[in-house]
Ligand binder design. Structure first.
Ligand code: ZN
Ligand code: ZN
Length: 259
């Protein structure tokens, strides 16, 4: 059993193929997917998907790349997180790669999400790109360890992974770990403790090898697990079991009865 801890199957290119995508998950033993919100405008499509499918969960948040979108407040995030299938706050964080200039608004927005997650006792889904130092600093300043969560689509150094783990966070690996060029990331995936690791697709982006260049989907998370097993020299089953258990624990989802 595998779980895709981070996908965007509400995006139109995937939503249009939803029956096929859910069937491919079943065929590949991908039992659950967490559909992550990126703004308020499209949140309803995330919540509708989660309401319609028992194995699809949702988050609430506004992505750091979405500068023009409605700005979240702590109160609004908490109110929206009241939906029964919402298991996390995010994705939130800092992205100094996509956007440049004065990004103080991004840091403020990140703080807002951390405060909402702490107040609401829900884990955070954190996106960080070319901004690791500020991300960790703000996590420390805001006491993010009280909420916990995951560093999603992790591409930073081992030192950053260890600092996040010290604050009680999990490290989630995406299809990037299957890319031949991702040498440093493969090393991180080799040494991060198995009980601190999640796997994800971030679909429709970042399809893993051997689907690189195609549209990504949750069923492909199996290839991320395969690569981690190969790197660590352990059984695929071990990666599957650990990442599934970690996901269910972090997002406080009852373990499903195994058929
Ligand atoms: Zn992200
Ligand atoms: Zn994402």
């Amino acid at each position: 059993m595998y779980i895709d801890s981070h996908c965007h199957i509400n995006f139109p290119e995937l939503a249009a193929r939803l029956p096929e995508i859910l069937a491919a998950m079943r065929a590949n033993q991908v039992s659950h997917a967490l559909c992550v919100a990126v703004n308020f405008e499209h949140l309803q499509s995330v919540l509708d998907l989660a309401a319609a499918h028992p194995n699809v969960y949702a988050s609430v948040g506004v992505h750091p790349d979405h500068e023009q979108d409605e700005e979240p407040t702590v109160e609004r995030l908490i109110e929206l997180a009241g939906h029964g299938k919402v298991v996390a706050i995010g994705e939130t964080g800092l992205d100094y790669f996509r956007l440049t200039g004065d990004l103080e608004w991004q840091r403020e927005r990140f703080r807002t999400h951390i405060r909402a997650a702490i107040a609401n006792a829900k884990p955070l889904i954190i996106h960080t790109r070319s901004a690791a130092e500020d991300t960790l600093r703000i996590m420390r300043e805001e006491g993010a360890e009280r909420a916990g969560g995951v560093m999603h689509c992790f591409t930073e150094s081992l030192a950053v992974a260890e600092a996040a783990i010290d604050m009680g966070f999990y490290i989630s690996f995406s299809g990037i770990v299957t890319f031949k060029s991702a040498k440093e990331l493969k090393e991180v995936a080799r040494v991060v403790p198995l009980d601190k690791m999640l796997i994800e697709t971030d679909s429709p982006y970042l399809a893993p090898v051997p689907h690189r260049g195609q549209m990504n989907e949750p069923a492909f998370v199996v290839h991320v697990a395969e690569e981690i097993a190969r790197i660590r020299g352990i059984a695929l089953e071990q990666v599957a079991q650990a990442t599934t258990r970690n996901f269910l624990e972090l997002f406080r989802i009852p373990r499903p009865e195994l058929a």
